[in-house]
Write a protein that binds this ligand. Sequence first.
Ligand code: 9WO
Length: 255
Amino acid sequence: MRIDVISLFPDFIQTAAAVGVVGRAQQRGLMQVTAWNPRDFTHDNYRRVDERTFGGGPGMVMSTQPLRECLAAVRGASAERTHVVYLSPQGARLTQARVRELAVLPRLTLLCGRYEGIDERLLEQEVDEELSIGDYVLSGGELAATVVIDAVGRLQAGALNDEASALEDSFETGLLDCPHYTRPEVDAQGSTVPAILLSGDHGAIARWRRQQALGRTWLRRPDLLARVSLSAEDRRLLDAFRRHYLAPSKDDPTA
Ligand code: 9WO
């Protein structure tokens, strides 16, 4: 997959895309992230990308010309059509389901705004989809673009060292993740690990993890729980979790 990012801070994008799973995916040739600076597509001595907003008021808006020429260069960089996404708080909320769909595209272009945003005409003419990563305002689209790159990048086949782990991700199962523990068995504060994880009983461990995932989703994200279909076994595990949560007993190993 090829991802192009249009940003006034191309170094930030390239640096973010060089680390971790995405950085490794690039090294493995599974994906390629290229950042483009619209300032390089200006024709004036000041390399101006912003103008005062029509109608008055404070603040600046990114003008159409540098972005239009930058996008033309991006589109021409390879023969395949690219899906152009503008990152803004006005966009539809990004979900793991949408990430999965974006991850199978051959090309993706992420358009990052700065200042008060981008001239609406450029958005109407060039943008296929407007996405938000959450209901808060940033100072530009770059952090949101790096979120999209990370979420999409880790789904490229071969990007994760353990592909099975992606299938157990929250939102793939529709549930939140269970708690995790590692060495030591007793930590510096005297806290221990749930005994069942040390039992070697893989069936019991799988049931405990499923129960924790169900229980945490019930506690923290009841909205998610309402959307997943639970098996009879799931209901039994969740009922037991609820009982223990509401009336924890001393002899209960999962309390
Ligand atoms: C800045 C501003 C300053 C004074 C008065 C009003 C104002 N609105 C904005 C503004 O919304 N700027 C945005 C900054 C323009 C588009 C790029 N920026 C952005 C993207 N901020 N937050 C995002 C974003 C993107 C995706 N998901 C969440 C937030």
